[in-house]
Design a protein around this ligand. Structure first.
Ligand code: 5GP
Length: 209
């Protein structure tokens, strides 16, 4: 009997500056079978960010229209801006059997887990807090105030880490990518993600009796 199923939803959160973006790009680049969801946001693009690549950058009105039309799987406010996951792309990719990665903050992550109980929740941590501050400052794309806000938000988010299925430490990029991939592969073999296969096995067994 083959383990055949739709893809799984993988939610990746982590403090701003933990290196999630780079990690996710590397994961998708290294292995087949991942699809990376692109979020919609009311935040302004950072220098070098492109429409539809890092995010879809929209006005507050457009974002609220999307909420009204149920076009988002989840959305949340983060440091004065809206962020949300467009529904259509995610559903299409899951249907195709892809594992879909959502790189979202904690409120959104918990909403996804409610709606999709088999979603896999992973939390990316930097090796230590000083390194986090260094990475945020080193990025050079945010003002001092925004960095301070993001660090405060990191403290709040740290309260919710136990709600995740796994934590991964982003110290060495390649190693972290390999680790995430192995954990995701393992998740494909849990009973709750193989309901259909288990049901079929039970039916076949009954027929034999
Ligand atoms: P950034 O402004 O650095 O791109 O993202 C800020 C935060 O918003 C990050 O923690 C990121 O994971 C989160 N985020 C990005 N897209 C989404 C989304 O679609 N939904 C939610 N809930 N959070 C998101």
């Amino acid at each position: 009997m083959k383990m055949k199923h739709k893809g799984i939803l993988i939610v990746v959160s982590g403090f701003s500056g933990a290196g999630k973006g780079t990690l996710m790009k590397q994961l998708v680049h290294t292995y087949d079978n991942y699809a990376l969801s692109v979020s919609m946001t009311t935040r302004a693009p950072r220098p070098g960010e492109e429409e539809g690549k890092e995010h879809f950058f929209v006005s507050k009105d457009v974002f609220e229209d999307n909420i009204q039309q149920d076009g988002l799987i989840e959305y949340a406010q983060y440091c004065d801006n809206y962020y949300g996951t467009p529904r259509e792309y995610v559903e299409r990719q899951l249907e195709k059997g892809k594992d879909v990665i959502l790189e979202i903050e904690i409120q959104g992550a918990l909403k996804v887990k409610e709606k999709f109980p088999t979603a896999l929740l992973m939390f990316v941590m930097p090796p230590n807090a000083t390194e986090l501050k260094k990475r945020l400052e080193g990025r050079g794309t945010e003002s001092k105030e925004v960095i301070a806000k993001r660090l405060r938000r990191a403290s709040e988010e740290a309260e919710g880490i136990e709600k995740y299925d796994f934590i991964v430490i982003n110290d060495k990029l390649e190693e972290c990518v390999r680790q995430m991939h192995s954990l995701i592969q393992a998740a494909h073999f849990t009973p709750d993600r193989n309901g259909e296969m288990i049901d079929n096995m039970r039916k076949e067994l009954e027929e034999l009796n």
